[in-house]
Design a protein around this ligand. Structure first.
Ligand SMILES: N[C@@H](CCC[C@H](N)C(=O)O)C(=O)O
Length: 283
């Protein structure tokens, strides 16, 4: 395979290798994705965003009338995911920076495996109008000998949000190994979020601290769909029908806003480098 052009970007430290492939010509495989994401022998990232015209991708073609571009998202281990909230924000930054799209009055539509979402840009911040998260079941996660009650949330991709007692700091969790979960409830795996309440912050109704262990990528510095799940549970637990939730992650702050039935995820999205990689040299 020829050399491949790439861009590196991140949203609050959730980092991606971005591959511009408008015509869907690239033979992207799980092995190539895992090699690109390898932090020692590759470029290093939590995942790959392939930028492909919706009409040119089998999973995007159905959305081509609504969104020109399809976010073909892959986790670092080479598995596919339905949604990536930070990915959409970084993907939108890439489209705009490369003159491939301009946000209109309705925002910039991006097709994903979980449907079309719309991004809006305000300087450093990219907000995405996400699908409504569905809070649907009680379950548990385990970390070593500890068991945490949690709530399952569907954000297009699966999440399990576990609130910690005040006495147990988030930093005490060993997330070098994947948390245990109920495979009957999550047959395709799950992203697990751990939270503690935060002190009041200006501009937000609620404030939560969070760490996440991502399906297919291990612990990451940030997860946008995870923050959305956490925001949904926080609003529900506080009895608020709408409001703003500040979610602090190891990589920075994301903001989740609910107004009526509309849900927004907002935070910075940055492109940091471009280059070319020789696939034959990876691995
Ligand atoms: N980091 C992403 C989520 C990426 C997908 C996830 N690991 C999964 O497998 O569902 C985000 O910002 O939402």
């Amino acid at each position: 395979m020829d050399r491949v052009l790439f861009t590196k970007g991140h949203g609050t430290g959730n980092d991606f290798v971005i591959l511009g492939d408008p015509d869907g010509a690239l033979q992207l495989t799980p092995a190539l994705v895992a090699a690109l994401c390898d932090r020692h022998r590759g470029i290093g990232a939590d995942g790959v965003l392939r930028v492909v015209r919706s009409a040119k991708h089998p999973e995007g073609a159905g959305s081509a009338a609504d969104a020109e571009w399809f976010m073909d998202y892959w986790n670092a281990d080479g598995s596919l995911a339905e949604m990536c909230g930070n990915g959409v924000r970084v993907f939108s930054r890439y489209l705009i920076a490369n003159g491939l799209a301009t946000p209109g009055p309705e925002g910039l539509p991006v097709a994903t495996r979980a449907g079309v979402v719309r991004a809006a840009v305000e300087a450093d911040i990219i907000s995405v109008h996400m699908g409504a998260p569905e809070v649907y079941a009680a379950s548990t996660a385990t970390v070593g000998p500890l068991t945490f009650p949690g709530i399952a949330v569907n954000c297009g991709n699966p999440h399990l949000v576990c609130g910690l007692h005040d006495s147990l700091p988030l930093s005490s969790l060993d997330l070098h190994v994947p948390p245990g979960f109920d495979p009957a409830l999550f047959p395709s795996g799950v992203n697990v979020e751990f939270t503690t309440p935060g002190a009041p912050v200006e501009g937000a109704d609620l404030h939560v601290h969070m760490r996440v262990y991502e399906r297919g990528s291990a612990e990451t510095l940030s997860c946008g769909s995870g923050a959305l799940a956490v925001g949904a549970v926080a609003l529900r637990d506080a009895g608020l029908a709408e409001g703003v939730v500040a979610v602090d992650l190891p990589g920075g702050r994301l903001t989740v806003t609910r107004r009526g039935d509309s849900w927004w995820l907002a935070g910075p999205a940055v492109l940091v480098a471009t280059g070319e990689v020789d696939p034959a040299a990876l691995g």
